[in-house]
Design a protein around this ligand. Structure first.
Ligand SMILES: *Cc1c(COP(=O)(O)O)cnc(C)c1O
Length: 420
């Protein structure tokens, strides 16, 4: 191996781009003396600029990606016990809001290579109770939105796109987040653009927009002739300090995405044909924006599979996450113990399905999820990677594969995997 180098990290300034643009807008906020968005101008300007970039009329900035998903679900206004279909591989922030809004998450299986939820898996989970579908574009790779929208439209079910990892990704020329009823984004430290913590929702639908604006501000009807707190709601308002940073970050977003795509394409070109690993690829007519760069490891070729490859990469100075979230979301205690509100197990306990079938989360029903998690090694990706960084990562992967896949048949090392 060549000299180890330190890769840019999204945890600090080595892999984040904050500078004079952010500072100038932050200074305006501080000097104005107004740090909240109700009277300030930054969040409003950010919401408008974000909507404009996405070519969509309505947007609402909130405090996190979790808050964005919660706000989107609240706007759908499910009845307690209604079901919302989502994916078994995602951030808990994309799932917990379902329960908080009194609905039940129903997990659909994923494709074992992209780890994205599939239209077929969603279709198999639809019941009379299904109230919404959440399509999560994992790692920056768009789901099959054509297939998902066809199923959703056939059943009259709204789709929420979780775009926390997929800023400016496209499917058939359309930006993800603008294809379903609502798009939800996270502005957390590690996302394509960030305010440390933060989120935003977008929609074409004025009614959903109105509900989301109300929900994120205690449902108080500002500006109405007889304002009131119209329904149960929270305060998810973003501060104007974050709004200032968000505006500056948004101006950099297209460049961030272009750089991530360029360097990821470089890695893909170098690693093409490497035995035992499948490289990330978007569906035809879709673009991947590489929040992460996931490798799928074939354990019949790579001795020890994803764990061994991950360990070898780390030994070579490339931090990575074998098995991503380790286990499907539904294997977490919140679901296995149905630990929700006190001892109630609400909303699971609220009402039985009319047809008497039970809601069970059983790994046997999720072959794509189990195989995908077992085989994936997630490489961090960053817009500040240089050609040198890409070559360093490529060499580390090639060296790890060479070590674990052994030598070609006929040499001393081949027996460890030859019978697999
Ligand atoms: C990051 C993320 C979230 C949650 O966002 P936070 O800002 O951390 O609350 C939700 N869904 C997905 C897919 C994410 O990657």
């Amino acid at each position: 191996m060549s000299e180890p180098i330190t890769l840019p990290s999204d945890a600090d300034k080595t892999g984040r781009d904050f500078g004079d643009e952010e500072l100038a807008l932050l200074r305006e906020v501080i000097e104005s003396g107004t740090l909240n968005c109700t009277k300030g101008t930054q969040v409003k300007a950010f919401e408008q600029a974000f909507a404009k970039r996405f070519g969509i009329p309505h947007s609402r900035a909130v405090t996190s990606g979790t808050a964005a998903v919660h706000t989107a679900i609240a706007a759908i206004d499910p009845e307690p016990g209604d079901e919302i279909i989502t994916t078994s591989i995602t951030d808990m922030g994309g799932i917990a809001p379902i329960l908080y809004q009194g609905a039940i998450p129903i997990f659909a299986d994923v494709d074992p290579v992209s780890l994205n939820v599939t239209p077929e898996a969603i279709a198999s989970r639809i019941t009379a109770r299904t109230r919404a579908i959440i399509a999560t574009h994992l790692f920056g790779n768009p789901c099959d939105m054509t297939g998902i929208m066809r199923i959703a439209d056939a059943h009259g079910i709204p789709v929420i796109e979780d775009c926390a990892q997929a800023f400016l990704a496209t499917d058939h020329g359309r930006l993800v987040g603008t294809i379903g009823a609502i798009g939800a984004f996270s502005l957390q430290q590690g996302k394509h653009m960030t305010t440390g913590e933060g989120g935003i929702v977008v929609t074409n639908d004025p009614k959903l927009a109105r509900w989301m604006i109300l929900f994120s501000d205690k449902a108080w009807g500002y500006g109405d002739p007889k304002p009131d707190h119209y329904f149960l709601a929270l305060n998810y308002r973003m501060t104007d300090l974050q709004g200032a940073v968000a505006r500056a970050q948004l101006a950099k977003l297209d460049g961030v995405v272009a750089r991530r795509r360029r360097t990821a394409a470089q890695l893909t070109e170098i690693l093409a044909g490497t035995p035992g690993i499948t490289l990330p690829r978007a569906l035809p007519e879709a673009t991947h924006v590489y929040w992460k760069y996931p490798l799928i490891v074939d354990p019949t070729v790579i001795a020890g599979g994803s764990d061994a490859l991950g360990a070898a990469l780390k030994a070579n100075g490339v931090f990575c996450a074998p098995r991503y979230i380790q286990k499907p979301a539904f294997e977490c205690r919140v679901f296995t113990e149905r630990k929700t509100f006190g001892k109630s197990q609400f909303p699971y306990s609220h009402r039985e399905r009319e047809d008497g079938t039970k809601i069970v989360y059983d790994t046997a029903e999720y072959p794509g999820t189990m195989q995908g998690l077992e085989r994936v090694v997630v490489l961090p990706w960053n817009e500040l990677y240089t050609d040198q960084h890409v070559h360093f990562i490529a060499r580390a992967v090639q060296a790890a594969v060479a070590k674990l896949a052994g030598r070609p048949r006929g040499t001393a090392n081949a027996s460890s995997h030859a019978d697999a």
